[in-house]
Design a protein around this ligand. Sequence first.
Ligand SMILES: [Zn+2]
Length: 310
Amino acid sequence: MKIWKTPKEKTTRVIDCGTLTDIAWLGSVSARKLIESKDITVAQLQEAIDEINEYYVPVVAGAKTRCIDGRPDPKFDESHLGAQVPGGAPGAALAYRLGVDKDDLTRGTFLDDAEHMIGSFLRLGFAPGGHRDAEHANGKVGCGAIDGMDAILAAMTDPRLVDDHKRVVKQLLAGEFDRDTYLRVMGAAVVVNGRSSDYFRNREAIIDELEKREPNSVATLTGTHKECIVSVNMVSGTTLASKRFSEDFKGMQAFGYDLWRSKQMAAKLLPRPDQAVDRQRFVMARVMYTVATLMVLTDGTQRLLVRMPA
Ligand SMILES: [Zn+2]
């Protein structure tokens, strides 16, 4: 285990948790295939793991929220990076619905929920963000975390995957994992999954809506997925410079999830002292959604890294 010093003399460490899983997840993004096809070598992967901490930079206040997607946006200004969470701002809406919302779960739509969430982001001074990709077409957004939302919810509630899902969520939340909260969010996910086609109807419109509310908030990512690493970051105020990382490691990419940002978002959305339980539920739902997103996008052969204060 290596310990690095960041420029601010703050000590952080990156913990290598091995591959994401030992069973086959549902997605096609595969570190194993990239290595088998000699696109990426094992030595390159190890070097990237050893050095990834050098690619964490301070988040710039007001910079737009980014997705966990490791693909580059050629127009991205890497001196002005926002935190990474799955599905950007719209992704937070589903976590709120599953974890916190006291409305009847048999009503409501994702589009409504996401519009409200974008409004909350703007009121709270967070720049919402979302993305397309260069190939998006046929009503698809180009963001796996939004296009695949129905599949993600189905994966989260799939009895064959639930044990593995819980294992990874526990690994990320460690001492903050609460079984009752996990099961409560899972219960909400089962109900919403049961009316998935109603709930998610017209969800692709959310990126147009985001563009309308906040011009320039939508990025366009390019290229193919080559994520060999999933890096979960617990160090507040920092994020992965994913374009520079990918350029330095010959096109290898990393999914980056700034878990600290989900906690910060919970504190902003639910600020009162008597909302502690709802804050915990929001964070749980966000982490559960992130893991389920990875289950749908990848085959689970990526290396899981956790970056934390030493
Ligand atoms: Zn995305």
